[in-house]
Design a protein around this ligand. Structure first.
Ligand SMILES: Cc1cc2nc3c(=O)[nH]c(=O)nc-3n(C[C@H](O)[C@H](O)[C@H](O)COP(=O)(O)O)c2cc1C
Length: 345
C-alpha cells in the first residue's frame, strides 16, 4: 500500500493521515484500536467516563491490538476540559489511567484551563523516568486560539475544527476553507502539524485538505457510522437517512440532558428534531427534558440526540472501522493522483 509521507504521518508512524476523533459517548477502545490497526490513528472519547471506564476501554484496545501490558498503546484518549475542571483531584486520576497505559496521545478540548492539563501531562512524562512522550492534540477554531496553542502551550498537533463539525465546537467557528488557510498563515515553519476537522467524509475531502496545506484530517461522524461505535441502531439509522440539511448547531440537547458546564461560546452540531424545535419554540425546558428522557428510553427518533457533522449526507452505510480507513485511503490516493495529473509540463 502506498503511504502519505508528511510531518504528521512521520511523527505518528502511520501510513494514512487520518484520525478517528475522540467522541464522548461514542468512541471506545474497539473503535480506536481498529482505526489504528488499519493505518490511521484512533482516539477513545473519555469525556464522560470514570477512571475505571477508561481503563476498561484501554484494555479492550490493548487486547485487540495484541499488545502486552508494558507496550506503548498506539491510540489516544480525548478529555473534555470542563469535566476535568469540575474536580481537579479526580481529574488527575482520569489522566493517570491513560498516561500509565503509555498511550501515544492525549486530546484536550473545551476547558477554561487547558494549559494546566498540558503541563500535567508533560510533567508526568518528565518525572516517570521512562522514555515515552505523550503527544498533545489540541482543537482550535480561531487564529487567536491557534497562536496560544502554538506559542504558549507548544502543542504537538493542532486541529483546526470548522463549523461543519459534528458534536461540540465553537459557535462562531469559520468553515474549514477559511479557517485552515488563516491558521496556516500564522503557523511557524517548525510549528506543529495542522489537521482539519469538520464535515469530512470521503477520500476526496481528505485529498482536498492535504492540497490546501494540512498534514491530515480528523473525522468524527464518519466513524460514528461504524460497527464499533457506541451509537445504537436507531441513532445509526438516523445517520444513514440524514442529508446535508439535517444538522443544526444547537444547545437544545445540552439543555435537555443538563450538560451545561461547557465554556462560553460552545454549542454542538446534531440532527434537527422535535427536541430542537421545542427549545426554539420556547417550550419549558423541564418539559423538553422529560420528553427527551422518555424518548431516550424508547428510542424515539423524533427527540433523541444524534450528533452529526454536515458530511453526514455522503455516508450511506454502516461499515467496519477498518473498512472505513482502507476505503478513505484508497479514495484519497485516487484523488491525489488525479490532481497531480492536472499539471501540464
Ligand atoms: C458523537 C460525537 C462526540 C464528540 N465528542 C467529542 C469529545 O468528546 N471531545 C472533542 O474534542 N470533540 C468531540 N467531538 C468532535 C470531534 O472531535 C470532531 O471535531 C468532529 O467530529 C469532526 O467533525 P465531523 O463529525 O463532521 O467529522 C465529537 C463529535 C461527535 C460526532
Amino acid at each position: 500500500m502506498s503511504k502519505i509521507h508528511n510531518a504528521f504521518t512521520v511523527l505518528m508512524g502511520i501510513p494514512t493521515p487520518v484520525v478517528a476523533a475522540p467522541m464522548a459517548g461514542a468512541s471506545g477502545g474497539a473503535l480506536a484500536a481498529q482505526a489504528s490497526a488499519a493505518g490511521a490513528f484512533g482516539f477513545i472519547g473519555a469525556g464522560y467516563l470514570t477512571s475505571t471506564g477508561i481503563q476498561e476501554e484501554l484494555s479492550i484496545a490493548r487486547a485487540q491490538l495484541h499488545l502486552s501490558e508494558t507496550d506503548t498503546l498506539p491510540i489516544g484518549v480525548g478529555y473534555l476540559g470542563w469535566q476535568l475542571e469540575k474536580d481537579p483531584s479526580s481529574a488527575i486520576d482520569l489522566l493517570n489511567v491513560a498516561l500509565s497505559n503509555r498511550v501515544r496521545a492525549i486530546w484536550l478540548a473545551f476547558g477554561n484551563n487547558i494549559g494546566r492539563w498540558i503541563e500535567y501531562v508533560r510533567s508526568y512524562d518528565a518525572s516517570s523516568g521512562r522514555n515515552h512522550k505523550t503527544l498533545i492534540f489540541l482543537p482550535i477554531s480561531s487564529v487567536d486560539a491557534a497562536l496560544t496553542a502554538i506559542h504558549d502551550w507548544k502543542v504537538d498537533i493542532l486541529v483546526a475544527q470548522g463549523s461543519e463539525s459534528g458534536g461540540h465546537g465553537y459557535r462562531v467557528a469559520p468553515p474549514l476553507l477559511t479557517l485552515v488557510p488563516a491558521v496556516l498563515a500564522v503557523l511557524p515553519k517548525e510549528g506543529p502539524p495542522l489537521l482539519a476537522a469538520g464535515g469530512l467524509s470521503t477520500g476526496g475531502h481528505i485529498a482536498s485538505l492535504l492540497t490546501l496545506g494540512t498534514s491530515g484530517v480528523v473525522l468524527g461522524t464518519r466513524f460514528l457510522m461504524t460497527k464499533e461505535s457506541f451509537y445504537n441502531e436507531v441513532q445509526k439509522k438516523m445517520l444513514v437517512a440524514a442529508n446535508a440539511s439535517s444538522t443544526v448547531r444547537t444547545m437544545s440537547f445540552d439543555l435537555a440532558r443538563g450538560t451545561l458546564d461547557w465554556p462560553e461560546g460552545i454549542d454542538g452540531r446534531a440532527i434537527y428534531n422535535r427536541t430542537v424545535k421545542d427549545i426554539d419554540d420556547g417550550v419549558d425546558v423541564e418539559i423538553v427534558r422529560e420528553n427527551w428522557d422518555k424518548a431516550r428510553q424508547n428510542g424515539d427518533a423524533d427527540r433523541i440526540l444524534v450528533w452529526a457533522g454536515t458530511g453526514v449526507e455522503l455516508i450511506t452505510e454502516i461499515q467496519s472501522t477498518q473498512d472505513v480507513v482502507w476505503e478513505l485511503h484508497a479514495d484519497m490516493m485516487k484523488y491525489l493522483s488525479l490532481v497531480s495529473a492536472l499539471i501540464a509540463t
